[in-house]
Design a protein around this ligand. Structure first.
Ligand code: GDP
Ligand code: MG
Length: 743
């Protein structure tokens, strides 16, 4: 006899199961190999499409023989000679005859038959314990309980069979104590053996029914169930079989006919309670225990353990425990293919983030939808057969586990799309600006930004849409989209600032060039001592010289005003804010002043200045009021002319030393003209600015210092050097006067 209790079932072959599987052995141990057996018989995946039938009855009443005839099983039977108990514990075997029902009626698929050790077994003596336990087990699991009985036992109310039935009924009431709704009805199918035919089946049936009612009446019923009738819990069916040895052919015929009744069907409500037609199907939906086949081994084991440890059998709890366990197992199973698809994506994402280059995963949405649908679909298919409450809870757990991971992927994807989108946007704008600059600098910055921003937003939205799982609450990217938009705006602002800088540089360069030209012209006028408005009055400095700084100031402010207005126009064209424009103009004025100072310094460089003074002097000394060159004669007052011209030119030195306006004799209002720094100025804006005396007062330089173009020491030095040059000119004039007389 093969036990296989707790062994590794994997190496078992069909040969090991030719007698079926002993699910509970004589030591009351449950066989761990039941799942392998159901696997072998292709029942494990059958869901609810299977049936369990048990047989009860006294020892050696031909139970195993009947089952073998009915279902083609190979349960051990007693040999005619030995008359010793054969079936020990509980055996189970699959129906081998399911397609061979007679009268064109095939038996139901996947019938599992349990052959239960007979009662009043001589070997077990007074051991009523197993009898009770196996009855409870059969009742908890089986749809149909075949009660096998000799015809001559019918009516023997005190007989062993009746004792067994009493046990079954008691046990049934015990089950109902827990939860009356969770224990389905069962069919008690009486098979009367060795029916001689003298007593009609109808009479036997009546006798049995009366006995059953009497047993039921004698039971002490739990509170609330006192009034219950036996028909409230059981259906009954009766069949009589001829003597197997005396009428072997008839016996086989009737068994064949009996076999056809093991098919699925529905109870006719018109005959409530009793299925008594001799050809009625016996496998009714209401008898089914609703334990999915893949959960049956576990359920049966749990039930048996509770029974065997004499605990109250609590089927609802058993079913919940089973559901929890199986749902967890199924979750794990469906997560395997899910992981195969999703884990590599998670790794890809994590490593791209770690590398600082978040990349967008192609077709993420489609992949996630497929993996999610497969996992949840398989789970539903397998797990929904279990306890509804548990199933729903486990389904929610699984869904939130799956969605948690998918959501993380989705968010990672959004952040990658965000980063790459911002980068691409920034690069696209920069390169379009560069191209524009190369062309003719007349590009429209704000149009470039608008176009690229629109593209960037569309790209993001497309990527987000292709990365979500429609219908899930987490597949929403509104907030992220807003953040993205805000970042694009920030980048735009930064790029606009760059553009402002470029504009500022261009404006400054323009100012510098204009000043170089126009201020140069003003200083060149110094070379002509009388240039401008005709002859000056005696003792008065030529007007043009005196007003040099007025002109410089007005040329300067005009040039800068021009630059300011085109700066403003341009900056506005790309939506620079009034504050940005304000800062830009403020910077432009300061830079322009720097440019002017540079130009003035250049004009006032020693060599340039001496040359100008000399030209100025010569112009005054060597030309008369009409601008005609003098031909010196000895009678001329060369000395007087020389002194006047020299003194006149010398007055230029202090004039040039200080930037002063003639009207006020004060420096130009540079501080007011530059203005207070705008409140939005940043340290970065000030970084490359030189301090200006009188404007940046904290520098310790005054406006007067700022306006000092030539220091006192240099003035002295210039005066001395100029006089030497003038003296040279004078000597030359003197010589030419004398020479003119001699010639
Ligand atoms: P179990 O202990 O109830 O499973 O009985 P078995 O199937 O092992 O059979 C016990 C004995 O009864 C065997 O010797 C069978 O040959 C014999 N037997 C089986 N079926 C019948 C039957 O219908 N009538 C009679 N009289 N004997 C039978
Ligand atoms: Mg037997």
């Amino acid at each position: 006899m093969n036990g296989h209790f707790g062994g590794a079932g994997d190496d078992l072959s069909p040969e090991d199961y030719k007698h079926g599987v002993q699910i509970i052995n004589e030591d009351k141990q449950f066989n761990e190999n039941l799942p392998q057996y159901l696997q072998l018989e292709n029942i494990i995946r059958a869901g609810f499409n299977y049936h369990i039938i048990s047989v009860f009855g006294s020892q050696s009443t031909g139970k195993s023989t009947l089952l073998n005839y009915l279902f083609g099983t190979s349960f051990g039977v007693m040999s005619e000679q030995e008359r010793r108990q054969t079936t020990k514990g509980i055996w189970m075997s699959k129906n081998k005859k399911e397609h061979s029902g007679g009268e064109g009626k095939a038996m139901a698929e996947n019938i599992l038959v349990m052959d239960v050790e007979g009662t009043d077994g001589r070997e077990r003596g007074e051991d009523q314990d197993f009898e009770r336990k196996s009855a409870l087990f059969a009742l908890a699991t089986s749809e149909v309980l075949i009660v096998n009985i000799w015809e001559h036992q019918v009516g023997l109310y005190q007989g062993a069979n009746m004792g067994l039935l009493k046990t079954v009924f008691e046990v049934n009431l015990q089950l109902f104590l827990k939860d009356s709704k969770s224990v389905p009805r069962s069919l008690l199918f009486f098979v009367i053996r060795d029916h001689l035919g003298t007593t009609p089946l109808e009479n036997l049936k009546q006798t049995l029914t009366q006995d059953l009612s009497r047993i039921w009446g004698s039971l002490s019923k739990p509170q609330g169930l006192e009034k219950s009738r036996i028909e409230d819990y059981f259906d009954f069916a009766f069949v009589a079989l001829p003597h197997k040895i005396l009428q072997p052919e008839k016996f086989e015929q009737e068994v064949q006919r009996l076999g056809t009744r093991f098919r699925e069907g529905y109870k006719d409500p018109k005959r409530a309670g009793l299925v008594d037609e001799t050809a009625e199907p016996v496998l009714l939906p209401e008898y089914h225990r609703r334990i999915p086949a893949d959960g049956f081994p576990m359920y049966a084991e749990g039930v048996w353990e509770q029974i065997d440890s004499n605990k109250d059998l609590d089927l609802p709890t058993q079913q919940e425990l089973l559901a929890q366990f199986r749902c967890d197992e199924i979750s794990k199973e469906v997560l395997i293919p899910f992981d195969e698809v999703i884990t590599p994506l998670e790794e890809e994402q994590a490593s791209s983030v770690a590398a600082g280059k978040p990349s967008v995963i192609a077709k993420l949405g489609l992949t996630m939808i497929a993996a999610r649908k497969l996992a949840l679909g398989s789970f539903e298919e397998e797990a929904s057969r279990y306890h509804k409450g548990v199933y729903k809870r486990k389904q929610a757990e699984l869904e939130s586990k799956i969605d948690g991971r998918l959501k993380a992927l989705f968010l990672g994807q959004l952040s990658a799309a965000h980063k790459s989108g911002v980068n691409e946007f920034s690069e696209a704008v920069s390169s379009a600006v560069k191209a524009g600059q190369k062309r003719d600098s007349s590009y429209d910055f704000s149009e470039i930004v608008q176009t690229e921003k629109k593209k960037a937003l569309e790209r993001y939205e497309t990527e987000a849409k292709a990365s979500l799982v429609e219908g899930t609450p987490w597949s929403d990217y509104k907030q992220q989209f807003n953040l993205y938009q805000k970042d694009l705006d920030d980048v735009s602002a930064r790029l606009r600032k760059d553009e402002m800088r470029r504009l500022a540089t261009r404006s400054e360069r323009w100012v510098r060039n204009r000043l170089s030209e126009k201020i140069g012209v003003e200083f060149n006028k110094l070379g002509s001592g009388r240039a401008g408005s005709g002859a000056p009055a005696e003792g008065e400095k030529p007007k043009t010289e005196k007003e040099l700084w007025d002109r410089v100031w007005s040329v300067f402010t005009e040039v800068v005003a021009d630059a300011e207005s085109s700066f403003t126009k341009r900056a506005r064209s790309f939506d620079a804010s009034p504050e940005e424009v304000e800062v830009g103009l403020w910077r432009l004025r300061r830079k322009s002043w720097g440019a002017l100072r540079d130009k003035i310094d250049e004009e006032l460089m020693e060599g340039n200045l001496l040359l100008k003074l000399r030209e100025n002097f010569e112009d005054k000394f060597r030309y008369d009021e009409e601008g005609v060159p003098r031909i010196w004669r000895p009678t001329d007052d060369i000395e007087g002319l020389y002194t006047r011209a020299r003194e006149s030119t010398l007055t230029l030195i202090p004039l040039l030393s200080k930037f002063k306006l003639s009207g006020t004799s004060a420096p130009p209002p540079l501080d007011a003209w530059i203005g207070e720094p705008p409140s939005t100025v940043t340290p970065a804006d000030e970084e490359d600015l030189h301090p200006i005396g009188g404007v940046d007062t904290e520098e310790g330089k005054t406006l007067d210092d700022e306006m000092t173009m030539i220091s006192d020491a240099r003035q002295q030095d210039l005066g001395t050097r100029f006089k030497k040059t003038a003296d040279g000119v004078y000597v030359e004039a003197k010589r030419s006067a004398i020479g003119g007389v001699t010639s």
